[in-house]
Design a protein around this ligand. Sequence first.
Ligand code: DX5
Ligand code: ZN
Length: 220
Amino acid sequence: MKNTLIAPSVLAADFGNLQRDLEMINTSEADWFHIDIMDGVFVPNISYGMPVLETIQKHAKKTIDVHLMIIDPDRYIKTFASLGANVLSVHYEACTHLHRTLQAIKAESMKAGVALNPHTSVTLLEDIINDIDVVCVMSVNPGFGGQSFIESTYKKVRQLKEIISRNKATTLIEVDGGVTNKNARQLAEAGADVLVAGSYVFKAENQLETIADLKKITAI
Ligand code: DX5
Ligand code: ZN
């Protein structure tokens, strides 16, 4: 059976009760902490930065998955390594020398991820797939939580899965944005290995149960 990983997005947490929400993720069946870093330039929003990540690092007992929505991410690779990132994803659209950036991430002992905007074709990764640990397929336009899922993502995930298999790569497929119990199973069936869920988890009355339910419906 396939164990689909669930990564709650801390962007949707209650920052007045951040420690409580981080402990909820620790206690839950979730696998990763998803951390969205936005610079107000690459995306039209600013999220949170280093001081908040220090708090997250202090309390998080699971993999820390950092999604950089920033221009020129090479500037901050060492900083995020020191802040406890286990997976560091940069945007394809923000990197001129993606191969070099991925090597720099790995040199800091992190897993190297590449995130793709909805308009960016997975076929652009054909020549670099064996160097990527995680592809983060954006199923909304990056910048905000709580947006609706873009349906063409299923096709993109299937295409990417095919590229990974054909190249005998071990790359994980992560899907980020608008994930709910309505699309999670179909995403797992299409080939997704990691599902990010922000508002769906944090707006739920019973967050632990919501995460457990996502685990259950994606175990295929
Ligand atoms: C969007 C972020 C997502 C976001 C997901 O720019 O990359 O990780 O937090 O939030 P939901 O699940 O609410 O779409
Ligand atoms: Zn994200």
